[in-house]
Ligand binder design. Sequence first.
Ligand code: HEC
Ligand code: HEC
Length: 290
Amino acid sequence: MHKFNRRHVLASLGMMGGSALLSGCGRQGPDLSISAKEIDGSQTAGGHSAVAEETAQPASQAVQQLASGQQDWTYLPLDPERVGQLAYDIYPKGSCMYSVVGSVIMQAAEKVGEPFRSFPIDMMRFGAVGIGGWGSTCGVVNGCCALIGLFHSGLEIRQKREELMADICLWYESASLPNFQPENPAQDVEIASSVSQSVLCHVSSGAWCKASGCDAFSIERRERCRRLSAEGAVKVVEVLNAEANGQLREFVDITPEVHSCNECHGKAGQADSLGMMNCMPCHQFETAHP
Ligand code: HEC
Ligand code: HEC
């Protein structure tokens, strides 16, 4: 397809502010170390080349020791329903991200003991309400992806890791949630479900408030996030189990719409936008675009 040239577009809009506007920002050249090149070459779920953030510096001995890992974090399949119920139960002790990560680590600790027993799950409280109350990445998404990062941590398996995380993110954006039914609900009420369209806590909780008619500080909203956390724990265990059992993954992809946005704005196009999250909650165009 025809690729728009930013310089031409800007010039035709009379916005060309001189060459300084576009100079001084090089792309990473061929002088990268082999390992960084390998990282850069990995393809993400959306088919876009991932950006290399790693530097070409050789790892220090200390880093090598850390990265080689003294402990065995191998994942053994867990019972999704049990983990989900546990996530629901421990939610009051630390909110969304804590409940997702904690439930899986606790079940793994019960099954295999160390090193899971020593995992610092308390640190996961930082993820509450989109990271410390900022409404950014939903703690359910963050927690699921932290677990995928723990169990699929290798430098050389970036593509696999990102595919698994994309399974979580695309599920979270597009599914009508929550549906989880706890055994002993803290709030025994009907909880509406909604499609978030976004991995962001702010957008997701807002969509739910609209669907339910409840406000963002209501006990229903809290119960919704509690059930959503349980459902996230179920989901990530299903993803991890399938992977551990060598099951063939169903390929999930970003929507055709986001693909088309990234064709023009991503790495191979104007390269002025990073990311694969659904663009539409934030960018809507009244007239034909561009
Ligand atoms: C056919 C190529 C093309 C496609 C497809 C495309 N864009 Fe653009 N977009 C452009 C061009 C050209 C500009 C204007 C030049 C610039 O700002 O770099 C632009 C500008 C923008 C801007 C900044 C200016 C504005 O109007 O707000 C945003 C935001 C944007 N696009 C988002 C999107 C999103 C989201 C999608 C997918 C729904 C999308 N674009 C699809 C080519 C495209
Ligand atoms: C959570 C909200 C959000 C989402 C989701 C989002 N954007 Fe944006 N985007 C922004 C904001 C905020 C800006 C900055 C707006 C400004 O500069 O006026 C921006 C700016 C841009 C620009 C203009 C960059 C420039 O050079 O001026 C482009 C292009 C763009 N976004 C494309 C996308 C595409 C493509 C997607 C989906 C893959 C996307 N955005 C998803 C919020 C979002």
